[in-house]
Design a binder for this molecule. Structure first.
Ligand SMILES: NC(=O)c1ccc[n+]([C@@H]2O[C@H](COP(=O)([O-])OP(=O)(O)OC[C@H]3O[C@@H](n4cnc5c(N)ncnc54)[C@H](O)[C@@H]3O)[C@@H](O)[C@H]2O)c1
Ligand SMILES: O=C(O)[C@H](O)COP(=O)(O)O
Length: 387
């Protein structure tokens, strides 16, 4: 039996994929697994029962990923599961920044009691006129799941698309339309593009990457779109750039006191992934990942531990060990098991950065003492009997 806890509402369609062996708990400290969207977890203390966290979404900056790895808690996300929802809102953002659709709608609503509203509208419409996006240059920073989809859609809308991503994955590169220009530097994006959209994760290396120096290099009247994270943009510098006319419009999915209600800024309340389809895709992927991990010990789409897949266990037993990626770990594990006379049927050891994961299939059951010995090995953070 397993218990899960939801820190945010998670789509029922995903939760329904848990079998009868799973129950929902309101107490996070008795949960085996935690499902989360954007709830901030940095100040939470997680008990020993918690083995995994699944972020039903892409960004994991709300989760203390390294601290979890130290504790042997595997953190998953759901890559690409909400990308189409975000892509559609980015396209909408470009259109809203180009035509004064919001201003026009608000104006009409304000005239609702006027008999001659039709004539007034024809007279006043020039104040809401805009420009088209077809034929304009769009620069995309980050060509992952979302950036690549935005790139392809924008080409279909007649835009000339420039993409910058020095770490692009092979899958993302294969998915890109051949018409997209490969920018080798951010400077090229800044100096060439009429619209710039950012789709990178928030990391120490990307925090405030769109800063004064970046704005200085951009074309006058550029439109900046940010559906990734507010802290990627130095918003003080942005406001200066708006006031000077360098930036024509800033479209952001992240409300804060600096941007809310400010002239020239269109703010949506973090709506990128808030579609029925994205919420269901994310929840389904998250539950699938958790079940495969809890029931089989397999890891797919973790952000702090490596992928590891030994299928369903057909041996007598299986243990899973989360540990540091340091020398001499496997020899210590095999010595402890061998000392007990337990034969290893199969084994996989994988590493990701500072952390590693070992799955061991056994031909007999392992004693409580041997498990305690494994837990006591320096660098081991969690030992779990999967079967
Ligand atoms: N507004 C929303 O509701 C919403 C929804 C989903 C994701 N997001 C945000 O968007 C981000 C991107 O999502 P995704 O699904 O495309 O993620 P992803 O991991 O598929 O893509 C991120 C891409 O950024 C690239 N990258 C990393 N550092 C870079 C740098 N310095 N310069 C250029 N490229 C860089 C990576 O190589 C990768 O290709 C997420 O991390 C999240 O913060 C927001
Ligand atoms: O990183 C993400 O996936 C998005 O920011 C979506 O966040 P949400 O699940 O809280 O809407």
């Amino acid at each position: 039996m397993f218990q899960y806890h939801c820190l945010n509402p998670i789509a029922e369609r995903g939760l329904n994929m848990f079998s009868e062996d799973y129950t929902k708990t309101e107490n996070i400290n008795e949960a085996d697994a935690v499902l989360v969207r954007s709830a901030r977890m940095h100040d939470m203390e997680l008990g020993d029962s918690v083995k995994a966290i699944a972020r039903a979404g892409a960004g994991v900056n709300n989760i203390p990923v390294d601290a979890c790895a130290e504790q042997g808690i595997v953190v998953f996300n759901t890559p690409g599961a909400n990308a189409n929802g975000v892509k559609e809102l980015v396209i909408a953002g470009m259109l809203l920044a180009s035509r004064d659709i919001v201003g026009g709608i608000e104006w009409v609503a304000g005239q609702k009691d006027k008999e001659n509203i039709d004539k007034l509208a024809e007279k006043q419409k020039k104040q809401f006129a805009g420009c088209e996006i077809s034929g304009k240059k769009l620069g995309i920073i980050g060509l992952g799941a979302i950036g690549a989809m935005v790139a392809n859609s924008a080409t279909h809308l007649g835009m000339e698309v420039y993409g910058y991503d020095p770490y692009i994955s092979i899958d993302a590169a294969w998915n890109l339309s051949r018409t997209i220009k490969h920018s080798k530097s951010l400077d090229e994006i800044y100096s060439q593009c009429d619209y710039i959209t950012i789709h990178v994760p928030l990391l120490d290396s990307t925090r405030k990457m769109i800063n004064k120096e970046a704005f200085d290099k951009m074309k006058d009247g550029v439109v900046l779109l940010n559906f990734a994270r507010d802290l990627l943009v130095d918003e003080e510098a942005l406001i200066n750039a708006l006031e000077s006319g360098k930036v024509k419009k800033y479209v952001t999915d992240f409300a804060n006191p600096l941007v809310a209600g400010r002239e020239g800024i269109l703010v949506t309340p973090h709506l990128g992934a808030s579609t029925e389809e994205s919420e269901e895709n994310c929840a389904e992927m998250a539950v699938k990942e958790l079940r495969n991990f809890l029931e089989n010990g397999n890891i797919k789409n973790s952000v702090n531990f490596p992928n590891c897949d030994m299928g369903i266990c057909v041996a007598v037993g299986r243990i899973a060990i989360c540990h540091k990626n340091i020398p001499n770990m496997i020899s210590q594990f095999t010595k402890i098991l061998g000392g007990e006379g337990v034969n290893i049927a199969d084994m996989t050891n994988k590493s990701k950065g500072e952390y590693a994961y070992t799955l061991i299939d056994l031909e007999s059951t392992v004693s409580r003492e041997a498990l305690e010995e494994l837990r006591a090995v320096e660098g081991v953070s969690k030992v779990r009997v999967v079967k």
